[in-house]
Design a protein around this ligand. Structure first.
Ligand code: ATP
Length: 278
């Protein structure tokens, strides 16, 4: 039976980590992830420590520790099933961790539900977009701002989203089920931005999109970050993610096996062999 691209990539990824480089990763000898380079000093926005997530008997995360600094873009890369989405879901309160601690600006937010995290400045654009397909573009944007009372600010932010993605302005009265995949992704990002977040959790923004659209989305994420929003980005396209990210983590079967500045991870032989087919 022919294998899917994702299966082939997973195999490549596993093979790369089984290769000679495994012997030099600290994770392989039980002393934590291999860490490359130095990280720019920043105040901490998000801290995740020893995060464990289980789905029944399946342990998806086996003690993930990572952080996002203020103003930082952090990428989480790894093969299918490594635990990237589970990490985001636990951070955004969509699921309750089995163990570990999550802190936002020093406050313990472990186990808090999404509705309590949004007013604290966290927004999640989940894999599969998470928008309401039976509502219009405008209604989805309004839902993104449902906790806000500053009508003028909401209007200003909607205007900002329409500037980022002019297609959405043209379609503001259109029901979302009729939008293209790319437009739905634009709306998912816009809806998350409407809550005025400090931290944006982005799950697979490139999934299913044509290369030109992917470029637009990533350009927009850079712009959003330059306006001061920190981003924790889960992405299969390691090249794109690490090119954008100040810092990155490599997840393998529920554990961080490697960490470092985006460009240093991009240059590392393990990452290049696993993701860039070298
Ligand atoms: P992908 O890129 O395929 O989404 P991922 O790195 O985001 O992969 P997760 O979706 O977090 O990985 O999955 C981690 C592990 O948890 C996998 O083994 C997956 O099969 C399992 N898993 C995820 N969601 C569930 C669920 N709802 N029920 C049972 N197991 C799950």
């Amino acid at each position: 039976m022919p294998r899917s691209g994702a299966e082939a990539r997973n195999e490549l990824f596993r093979a790369a980590w089984r290769g000679p480089h495994v012997a030099v990763t600290a994770a392989a000898v039980g002393s934590g992830p291999k860490t490359l380079g130095t990280r720019e000093a920043r105040d901490k926005l998000l801290e995740v420590e020893g995060l464990r997530v289980a789905y029944g008997a399946i342990l998806a995360l086996r003690g993930v520790t990572l952080s996002v600094g203020k103003g930082e873009v952090v990428a989480l890369i790894g093969a299918n099933g490594a635990g990237k989405s589970s990490t985001l879901r636990a951070v955004s309160g969509m699921l309750r961790p089995a163990a570990g601690q999550i802190r936002l600006e020093g406050e313990n937010i472990t186990g808090l539900k999404s509705n309590l995290l949004v007013p604290k400045g966290m927004a999640h654009a989940p894999e599969g977009r998470g928008i309401f397909l039976n509502l219009t573009v405008q209604e989805n944007l309004e839902l993104g701002a449902y906790l806000r009372r500053d009508a003028a600010g909401i209007e200003k932010d909607a205007e900002y989203c329409f500037k980022l993605f002019p297609q959405l302005r043209e379609r503001r009265k259109q029901v979302c089920a009729t939008l293209s995949g790319g437009e739905q992704q634009m709306l998912a990002i816009s809806r998350a931005l409407m809550s005025h977040p400090k931290l944006l959790l982005m799950d697979e923004p490139s999934l299913g999109l044509a290369p030109q659209l992917v470029e637009t989305i990533f350009r927009t994420l850079r712009e959003v970050n330059q306006r001061g929003v920190s981003i924790l980005l889960v992405e299969q396209n390691a090249h794109l993610a690490l090119s954008l990210a100040h810092y990155g983590y490599v997840l393998e079967t529920g554990e961080v096996v490697m960490a470092g500045p985006g460009r240093e991870l991009l240059a590392s032989p393990e990452v290049r062999r696993a993701y860039l087919g070298e």
